[in-house]
Design a protein around this ligand. Structure first.
Ligand SMILES: [Zn+2]
Length: 331
């Protein structure tokens, strides 16, 4: 990896060929690897020069020496099958990575001269990549809490609601997955979060705040036996026995007792909610997990420079939207 990371100005100046160079270097630091069979035997390049294809404007085609299949650096990445130029993709990724509170599809659309649909599509794919980060469990002092996203803003607009007009026009169909659904009684979406003091955060949409729901998710994301957990007095955590240590703060009585508090996770919730209200205006429940990814990512990478964040994210571009998204409708 280069010692000096790229800057926004550099990225903005890149043409599609340079953007592809960068993607290839990030994906294959030691030379191309066939995504079909995994061989690292030097593939032969069919067209080393720029090739105009119907999809990404520019792509460099390789043919694997072992399985004889053709591939490009964008196969199996969030760029695959997109008509949006790679230089625009990278500029938009940098935009998202360096903004503190998030950037809306509308801003991307205006800034890069692409359609709103394309911008929306791109923003969602980028958020998907942001969710592919580290899978190492949290440990140490961890605060866990549940929050409800939704309800009304002060002006009376719902923050989380069924579908926006844009989505209806675009033909979004409601996915059958339940995690994104609002809570049946409150119509709010329940989000469980855990944050290490001075460290990383994990958040996830849950159906309810019950122990049966919360326990397995915490166990999956937090190294419970090696964790000093701090929560409010919600019943869900009391029934979980395998924490290293568990302290409860009763918010009816106090908010801080010595170093026992849940202020870190609460600070995170307010950041998240301000971001959703301030930048995105509307987040429908089934898209909330994507926004959670983005905020989580920004928090976890808060100590590194924008350029480094950009490069790290480019290293985790594998993975595509699994949802029922109208791929053919983007620009
Ligand atoms: Zn191969």
């Amino acid at each position: 990896m280069e010692t000096k990371s790229v800057t926004y100005r550099e990225v903005l100046r890149w043409n599609d060929d340079q953007a592809l160079d960068f993607i290839e270097r990030r994906r294959w630091p030691n030379g191309p690897i066939c995504p079909k069979c995994g061989t690292t035997r030097e593939p032969y390049t069919i067209r080393r020069k720029v090739k105009e294809t119907s999809k990404n404007k520019i792509s460099r085609l390789y043919r694997c020496k072992d399985c004889k299949k053709d591939f490009t650096a964008t196969v199996g990445t969030i760029f695959e099958g997109s008509h949006i130029p790679l230089s625009t993709w990278l500029a938009a990724i940098f935009d998202i990575v360096q903004s503190k509170k998030g950037i809306s599809a509308h801003q991307l659309h205006r800034r890069h001269g692409i359609t709103y649909k394309s911008a929306l599509f791109m923003a969602h794919r980028i958020r998907l990549a942001m969710g592919n980060g580290s899978f190492e469990k949290l440990s140490g002092v961890v605060e866990a809490d549940v929050t409800y996203v939704g309800g009304k803003t002060r002006r009376g607009h719902p923050i989380v609601h069924e579908r926006t007009r844009d989505e209806i026009e675009m033909g979004w169909r409601k996915p059958s997955i339940t995690p994104g659904q609002p809570h049946p009684r409150t119509k709010k979406t329940v989000v469980l979060g855990a944050v290490e003091r001075g460290g990383r955060v994990r958040t996830q949409v849950v159906k309810t705040e019950s122990a049966a729901e919360v326990r397995p998710i915490l166990a999956e994301n937090v190294d419970l036996p090696n964790t000093h957990l701090m929560t409010d007095k919600a019943g869900a955590y009391r029934r979980i026995k395998d924490f290293g240590r568990h302290d409860v703060i009763n918010h009816e009585i106090e908010y801080v007792r010595g170093d026992i508090h849940t202020q870190t996770i609460e600070g995170y919730w307010s950041l998240l909610k301000r971001g959703i209200v301030g930048t995105f205006h509307h987040v429908s429940p089934h898209r909330l997990p994507m926004y959670l990814n983005e905020f989580e990512y920004r928090w976890n990478e808060r100590h590194v420079s924008d350029g480094q964040r950009f490069e790290t994210l480019l290293g985790q571009m594998q993975g595509r939207l699994r949802w029922n998204f109208r791929q053919d409708s983007q620009g």
